[in-house]
Design a protein around this ligand. Structure first.
Ligand SMILES: NC(=O)c1ccc[n+]([C@@H]2O[C@H](COP(=O)([O-])OP(=O)(O)OC[C@H]3O[C@@H](n4cnc5c(N)ncnc54)[C@H](OP(=O)(O)O)[C@@H]3O)[C@@H](O)[C@H]2O)c1
Length: 273
């Protein structure tokens, strides 16, 4: 029997995940399907019952359910318990096991491009769910320190506490206090949602150079103002779609227990822009 997969969230109609996974199924001739399934906030329990009834084999979880989904899991992978949020679920005979592939997805482009993280000085903009997975990733790769800059200082402080708990030196500041300090960092990551609506870069990137790694996790549009400013300074750029691709590849491998067809998935993803 064919296998079925989904992504749940709200809004969900613009999700690129069905395209990416369907391309992988075609490439490997797998009898599987992947759909986008809208579950509004507050309706997660009912939506999950529906998925169990149709014997879904696995699903991705996105905004607004990544944290709430934790309480519906029967088993929790370590990737998920550390971060406290889930984006990938496998279903084996009604047993839901949760994983978080955002961290591996975030790190994947560094590996692909052979960019070093160990002992670097990191500036992380944002302190939401994605930023938490990113902090866990930098801790795993032994970054030297991370400065967390966020609109709401309280949220930056609490992420900074988490960072210290997972062994990564950290401090918290307000995003407007970054001022002209971007040039003091080796890696700068935008993990706020600023850029999604074509807003200007959340900070000034004046003074950064060709050694600075600038990573925007916002993937739509591809060329945010933040990315454009990094390119103007000849910096090394990592696009949000690269993280999206990385997490999709990892989800694929969890569900299918085989290597994902990276290039076919990348082609499908880029075709979505
Ligand atoms: N490429 C990928 O694979 C990937 C994966 C996950 C997420 N993302 C993207 O990453 C972004 C963040 O996702 P998330 O799940 O972490 O969301 P979230 O938990 O809602 O966090 C949003 C973050 O953005 C900040 N923010 C929102 N509006 C802002 C504004 N106008 N000015 C300054 N800061 C603002 C928030 O600051 P406050 O704390 O002050 O509210 C918070 O730090 C989204 O755009 C999402 O699409 C991409």
């Amino acid at each position: 029997m064919g296998k079925s997969f989904a992504v749940i969230g709200d809004p969900i109609d613009h999700s690129l995940s069905p395209n990416i996974h369907s391309a992988a199924f075609r490439e490997l001739d797998l009898d599987s399907s992947y759909i986008a399934f809208r579950i509004p906030k507050g309706e997660l329990a009912g939506g999950l019952e529906g998925l169990k009834k149709i014997k879904i084999d696995g699903f991705n979880v996105t905004i607004p359910h990544k944290i709430e989904m934790m309480k519906y899991l029967d088993r929790i992978d370590e990737s998920c318990s550390v971060i406290g949020a889930v984006n990938t679920v496998s279903n084996k005979e009604g047993i839901f096991k949760g994983y978080n592939t955002d961290m591996d997805g975030f790190l994947e482009p560094f590996k692909e491009k052979k960019l070093n993280i160990a002992n670097t000085k990191v500036l992380l903009l944002g302190a939401g769910g994605a930023a938490r997975a990113i902090v866990a990733g930098f801790a795993k790769e032994k970054a030297g320190s991370v400065t967390i800059a966020n609109r709401t200082l309280e949220n930056a402080k609490s992420l900074s506490e988490f960072s210290k708990k997972v062994g990564l030196n950290s401090n918290a500041i307000k995003i407007e206090d970054v001022n002209d300090s971007a040039k003091d960092y080796d890696i700068i990551v935008n993990a706020t949602s600023v850029g999604l609506r074509n807003e200007p870069s959340p900070i000034s990137l004046d003074g950064i150079n060709e050694k600075t790694i600038v990573y925007d996790i916002v993937y739509m549009p591809m060329n945010t103002d933040f990315i454009k400013k990094a390119k103007d300074n000849d910096s090394i750029v990592i696009f949000g779609y690269e993280m999206l691709l990385g997490q999709a590849v990892r989800s694929f491998e969890i569900w299918h227990n085989m290597e994902a067809p990276y290039n076919a998935m990348k082609k499908a993803l880029l075709g979505g822009f």
